[in-house]
Design a protein around this ligand. Structure first.
Ligand code: DGY
Length: 325
């Protein structure tokens, strides 16, 4: 039987299914495994079901010569060195599409919470600070009728834009390539700087790559309106967190809603002192239905490779051509 490693706790019925089909290697961890732990876990395995917290690089692959597939239970794959996977003949897969709607919902949860000061209000009430009703109490930013900027107009970006229509918002966006009109659906393409200047609020949905490292730093934050809310559901590192903290401290930006951080989960402690930031622990896709769909797709990807079939969400197609040869 093929040996399959699972690096995090996932739905028990899916684990049982895997155990019926393969020899399952310990799946007790409920945290991202470090390099040494991961290498020890994967050493004699044919396949690995991993999450975005685990790094797959050349050293790991060299230590795990049996590996045929690393199946990432995430759409983002900046934790995988695809070139190294290809060199080692390992197929790498991810879980696109199934999380678009849940992730878009969470972007809106952060946008609404930050704009309308929901978590700050909650803290205010719990602290017993609500003594009387005041006309100017906790005034937030208007979303209805305003302009939403989306940086990264892939499938999740477009799901966010669809929701904006219900709020009567105009949508401006940046994407490396302009979308066909049918996908734009009324949204207006602009350069990133122009989006930052003209939008009332901005959501970031770009993948993390060398090109998007600190895409939003001090200079870009300075372009935002001081009344703007910035939402990051992309990846830590897309925003320069130190620059964002300074902008929030100095009121150069009204608020931020953040699901991802540099060095997460050890985020900059200064975030915790700010009232104008809403923080969630990288959970944008975390609904029961969506996480199940992600795990299902990841298992199907893995099973396909082990059965010699090209998986639907293959990230390094070159490896497949080599395998076939
Ligand atoms: C993803 O799917 O990329 C989410 O961020 C979870 O890691």
């Amino acid at each position: 039987m093929k040996r399959v490693a699972v690096t995090q706790r996932i739905f028990p019925e899916l684990i049982e299914e895997l155990a019926r089909r393969y020899t399952l290697v310990d799946n007790q961890a409920d945290h991202g495994l470090g390099a040494a732990e991961l290498a020890a876990r994967l050493r004699d395995c044919d396949a690995a079901l991993i999450t975005a917290g685990e790094q797959v690089d050349d050293a790991l692959l060299a230590a795990c010569p049996r590996l045929q597939v690393v199946s990432n239970i995430a759409v983002g794959y900046n934790n995988l060195d695809l070139a190294a996977c290809t060199r080692h003949g390992v197929a790498a897969t991810n879980t696109p599409d199934v999380l678009n709607e849940a992730t878009a919902d969470h972007a809106w949860a952060l946008l609404l919470a930050a704009a309308r000061r929901v978590t700050e209000s909650d803290r205010f009430v719990r602290a017993g600070r609500w003594q009387r009703w005041e006309f100017e109490m906790l005034m937030g930013a208007e979303l209805h009728g305003s302009t939403l900027g989306i940086v990264g107009m892939g499938r999740i970006g477009r799901a966010i834009a669809r929701r904006a229509r219900g709020f009567g918002m105009r949508v401006v966006y940046h994407n490396r390539s302009r979308l066909p009109a049918v996908q734009e659906d009324g949204a207006i393409w602009m350069a990133t700087e122009e989006v930052l200047r003209s939008a009332d609020h901005v959501v970031l949905v770009v993948p993390y790559t060398q090109a998007t490292h600190h895409l939003i730093g001090a200079a870009q934050l300075a372009l935002l309106k001081p009344t703007a809310v910035l939402v990051n559901i992309a990846r830590g590192g897309v925003v320069d967190d130190a620059a964002l903290i300074e902008a929030l401290q100095q009121g150069r930006l009204a608020a931020a809603g953040l699901d991802v951080f540099e060095n997460e989960p050890r985020l900059d402690p200064r975030f915790l002192t700010l009232d104008n930031v809403v923080l969630t622990p990288h959970i944008a896709s975390s609904t029961r239905a969506t996480r199940r769909a992600m795990a299902r797709l990841a298992i199907d990807n893995l099973a396909d490779v082990l059965a010699g079939k090209r998986p639907s969400a293959l990230l390094n197609p070159d490896v497949w051509d080599c395998r076939r040869r």
